[in-house]
Design a protein around this ligand. Structure first.
Ligand SMILES: Cc1ncc(C[n+]2csc(CCOP(=O)(O)OP(=O)(O)O)c2C)c(N)n1
Ligand SMILES: [Mg+2]
Length: 678
């Protein structure tokens, strides 16, 4: 079954024109009132998009207001996140957000934050605000829908079948990210993705003519999108355009909706003055008068509430029909139905951890990118929802799932695989991974560590919205060698550790890699980044050294002896250097403890008792070894500790030469210790 042949267009019953106008004005003025009361916010966008929102709410979106997490709901993402009051007004009319919340817009403890936050606002699908991020995330959601549809739909029981709608503004289209994301969506023919472009020709500094004169329509057409131009205030035109878009079978759709920012405001409509500050009492009152609207704040006509009560009934009816389809599928294909229920509940398959491989001790060992590939494949055998890919580096990052179910690449119009060619589009990849995660999959995205910079905003958003996104960063240090400083990360560990909630895990050998993957997959409320090497690393003998399961505490004692007086702490590839140094120190009669610290942030979350047991405060002779900058190690180093790292960019030269020049040899570290004032 080809994924893009399954289509079910949907347009709900028409609404009386006078009522529709009242709904538009309700949304328009609830939004403007919310901003006015808060004393800050963005009234222009919601006022300009109120007619589009009315169509979406009355005729298009299939959601269940009583169960905002219904698995097959249409996804609606507000990429122009500054227009958050538009979303909140909609959520209020659906009965999801109480009026009190609209009155508390942007206030402490409210569920109406300045920009939409998926974790804080019921019914909000994605955190948005950084322009174009919501759009790129919606590409991930649309892709997830197709992937799941091809896996689990059976003729007659098409239980995965929804559209993904996104409203984007001029700012989203100016951002390079939208280009990356649209390019991939067009390539993949994600025909159930429908973007509505709020083309109001205004952004903060004034007319878009100041900086944005490209032909957006032609650009999207070139990217294999179906493009329509409409008057965004003509609700019939909006409805027709969406219906046309729903019936596209081989391309995503861009509906270029020409709108007037702050429509209805007598002097500020069509101007940048309405973009990001309250209209002002006088202008707001005049706008209400001009549209024959009561001056009362937060006014909702009784007929509008009544209409939505009835509309909710229709939507719940659609939901019930879906429940019956799922029940029917359970009879014909219990496994498929079971998987859908499991995904909807965000539960991993029973016993998944048993799939974790273990690795025998091996002096030559293998690169952690290579063991990473093996471990990922092993977990892939039992976790169907483990999906992802690389930004055109899979042969290097070793991130292809080669066996098990669905072990091929998704392709345009054919989505039954689990591997994704993201192309050289790191930023879009990050957001698409988040979109896949928000849809219930367990996704990964891979590239070289140094190119984390190209996708950093998406990693931050993964953490902010608590996505179980797994970011794989290989070639994690200057050990990449000849490619030189452009490809040698130095500040990246520190940069990743700086992102709240994100955990950076840098395993030291194949068994720590296995535990790192187990940790990342099991971590269902935040993203994890894995730092993996290009170069081979020995696989430690865990009879001789402590179990790699210690990774679950972030850091653990790998090798110890009674009365240890020197503490060596290292991550990833440098753990082996620490062990070498330990041998030399012991040969010289010193007593040494070696700590493997694969995840500094996780270690920081352990009890004081545990942390003191691993790093006793009295043990001040400390050496930290990590092939990166010192930033972040201060607490552990204390006043006396020595840091063996790399605080400047690298150089282009063979690895062996760099190791010598940078002092990453046991001899060099011994020398530093000898000179230390401990
Ligand atoms: C990545 C990013 N850069 C800058 C901003 C700040 N910002 C918020 S809205 C905006 C202008 C957006 O213009 P447009 O999308 O046309 O919105 P409109 O003025 O039409 O509401 C800017 C620059 C942002 N939110 N995200
Ligand atoms: Mg604009």
């Amino acid at each position: 079954m080809k994924g893009n042949t399954v289509m079910s267009s949907y347009v709900g019953p028409a609404v009386d024109a006078i009522l529709a106008e009242a709904i538009s004005n309700t949304i328009r003025f609830l939004s403007a009132d919310g901003v006015q009361k808060a004393g800050s916010g963005h009234p222009g966008m919601p006022m300009g998009c109120a007619d589009i929102a009315t169509v979406l709410m009355t005729r298009i979106l299939r959601i269940d207001p009583k169960d905002t997490k219904w698995f097959n709901r249409d996804r609606f993402v507000l990429s122009a996140g500054h227009g958050s009051m538009l979303l909140y007004s909609m959520l209020h009319l659906w009965g999801i957000l109480p009026m009190e919340e609209l009155k508390q817009f942007r206030q402490w403890g409210s569920r109406t934050p300045g920009h939409p936050e998926a974790t804080e606002v019921p019914g909000c699908e994605a955190t948005s605000g950084p322009l174009a991020a919501g759009f790129a995330t919606s590409v991930g959601m649309a892709l997830a829908e197709r992937m799941l549809a091809e896996r689990y739909n059976r003729p007659g029981d098409e239980v995965i079948d929804h559209f993904t709608y996104v409203i984007m503004g001029d700012g989203c289209n100016m951002e390079g990210l939208s280009q990356e994301a649209a390019s991939l969506a067009g390539h993949l023919k994600l025909s159930k993705l429908i973007a509505i472009y709020d083309d109001n020709e205004i952004s903060i500094e004034g007319s878009t003519d100041l900086a944005f004169t490209e032909n957006v329509n032609a650009r999207y057409e070139a990217l294999n999108w179906a493009v329509q131009d409409i008057d965004g205030h003509n609700r019939d035109a909006v409805t027709d355009a969406i219906l046309t878009a729903q019936n596209q079978t081989d391309r995503p759709s861009l509906i270029v909706a020409h709108t007037t920012i702050a429509k209805g405001a007598p002097t500020k409509a069509g101007t940048a003055a309405s973009h990001g500050e309250p209209l002002g009492e006088e202008e707001l009152l005049a706008a209400k008068q001009g549209l024959d609207w009561p001056s009362e704040d937060f006014y909702v006509p009784a007929e509008v509430y009544e209409y939505f009560e009835q509309r909710k009934g229709e939507l719940i009816g659609l939901r019930k029909k879906w429940n019956s389809s799922l029940a029917a599928l359970a009879k014909t294909d219990a496994e498929a139905a079971g998987q859908i229920k499991r995904l909807a509940a965000r539960k991993l398959p029973d016993g998944w951890e048993d799939a974790m491989p273990t690795f025998e001790p091996d002096e030559k060992g293998l690169a952690t990118r290579a063991s990473g590939g093996k471990v990922m494949n092993a977990f892939g055998e039992v976790i169907d929802e483990l999906v992802g890919g690389s930004a055109d580096l899979a042969p290097s990052t070793k991130t292809e799932i080669k066996s098990g179910k669905w072990a091929n690449f998704v392709a345009p119009g054919s989505y039954a695989g689990r591997n994704i060619h993201f192309g050289v589009r790191e930023h879009a990849m990050g957001n698409i991974v988040n979109g896949l995660a928000l849809h219930g999959l367990v996704p990964f995205g891979a590239t070289f560590m140094v190119f984390h910079d190209y996708m950093r905003p998406a990693v931050r958003l993964a953490a902010l919205q608590r996505c179980r996104s797994i970011f794989i960063y290989t070639h994690d240090s200057f050990y990449v060698g000849e490619d030189g400083p452009t490809h040698q990360p130095v500040e990246h560990f520190a940069a990743l550790r700086a992102i709240p909630r994100l955990h950076l895990v840098r395993p030291c050998d194949a068994n720590e890699v296995a535990q790192a993957w187990r940790y990342a997959i099991g971590r269902n409320n935040a993203p994890t980044a894995l730092a993996l090497t290009r170069q081979n690393l020995p696989t430690l003998d865990r009879e001789k050294y402590a179990s790699a399961e210690g990774l679950f505490k972030g850091g653990y004692i790998l090798s110890d002896e009674p009365g240890a007086e020197i503490l060596l702490i290292a991550t990833g590839s440098e753990v082996h250097l620490a062990l070498e140094v330990a041998v030399k120190l012991r040969d010289g009669g010193r007593k040494v403890r070696v700590v493997s610290m694969p995840c500094l942030e996780l270690f920081g979350e352990q009890t004081i008792k545990y942390r003191k047991a691993v790093l006793p405060p009295s043990l001040t002779k400390r050496v930290v070894i990590e092939a990166g900058i010192r930033l972040g190690w201060g607490d552990i180093l204390g006043r006396k500790g020595i840091f063996v790292g790399r605080d400047d960019f690298g150089n282009s030269a063979p690895q062996k030469v760099l190791v010598k020049h940078y002092g990453f040899t046991a001899e060099a570290v011994m020398e530093k210790i000898a000179k230390a004032k401990f």
